[in-house]
Design a protein around this ligand. Structure first.
Ligand code: PAF
Length: 280
């Protein structure tokens, strides 16, 4: 497995791979790799000949009061995990490589990004779309694999790819969950045991909602009220949103249409912002 830090080297390598007919799979990450990321490498390996994992903590997707500085960085361990999982290349550029002095171009998706996390993290998706388009241009993927846990991010990226005619297929891998139901996330590493115990109520509430729908509940208000009530029973959790949305447009739903919608939750577990979602 190769590691590449230079944008030019990565780009010319990718162009070479493509011209020799290899299908390139990209797994974009910010590192601190867990089973969720590693399962995306498995998917990329099934669908592509060469798998590139990018590891880059992208400063433009963090707000000024967010956790950019403290975001966990463990490059050596991450590289080892990529090697063990069978990735071909780790691309881990520096911030200066990606955003050199004077950098001033950003990509804005204006519809899907506006609700849910877009309300409380107003510049987040602009940073995500910008870095993903840069990563696509540098690594020239035929397919790029993202995790369903970041459902709004998936929908925004798919829309950017469609709107800007980017010749890559976006593949979404299922959310990986730990034994207590928590969706795997790099930010889970911030949680104390007590916070983690209460945070696991997020996935429990999502599963409860899924059962309500399976038993015939059609009212969005009822689902949202029950989930909110469940989460408010945890002293360490503060709900940011509980919303049922169309899984593609992320528009709020008026009634439950099983199979077409997601129930999305964001909550603070004290200082840690967590998100999760489930298909209804
Ligand atoms: O999901 C993430 O880790 C990041 O948002 C991504 C897609 C790697 C862009 O920095």
């Amino acid at each position: 497995m190769q590691t590449i830090q230079s944008v030019n080297e990565m780009q010319s390598h990718a162009i070479g791979l493509r011209s020799s007919g290899r299908l390139i799979g990209l797994v974009p990450t910010m590192g601190c790799l867990h089973e969720g990321h590693l399962s995306l490498i498995d998917i990329a390996k099934e669908k592509a000949d060469k798998v590139i994992v990018s590891i880059f903590v992208n400063p433009t997707q963090f707000g000024p009061s967010e956790d950019y500085a403290k975001y966990p960085r463990m490059l050596e361990a991450d590289i080892e995990k990529c090697r063990e999982r069978g990735a071909d290349i780790v691309f881990n550029p520096s911030v200066d490589e990606m955003y050199p002095e004077g950098y001033s171009t950003y990509v804005n998706e204006e519809r899907i990004s506006s609700g849910l996390c877009g309300i409380t993290r107003p510049h987040h998706f602009r940073g995500v779309t910008t870095v993903c388009l840069k990563l696509f241009n540098i690594t020239r993927p035929d397919i790029a694999v993202f995790g369903q846990k970041d459902a709004q991010q998936c929908a925004v990226i798919k829309k950017m790819v469609a709107d800007l005619n980017i010749p890559a297929e976006i593949v979404i891998g299922p959310t990986q969950r730990d034994a207590d139901g928590m969706a795997t996330s790099s930010r889970n590493s911030y949680l104390t045991d007590q916070q983690r115990e209460e945070a696991s109520n997020i996935s429990k509430a999502l599963m409860m909602a899924q059962e309500m729908v399976a038993r015939g509940t059609k009212s969005v208000d009822r689902i949202v009220a029950e989930v909110t009530h469940h989460l408010m029973g945890s002293r360490r959790l503060r709900v940011i949103y509980v919303q049922v949305v169309d899984r593609d447009s992320m528009e709020p739903a008026r009634e439950i249409l099983p199979g077409k919608q997601l129930l999305c939750v964001a909550a603070w577990a004290e200082q840690t912002r967590l998100i999760d979602n489930i298909q209804l």
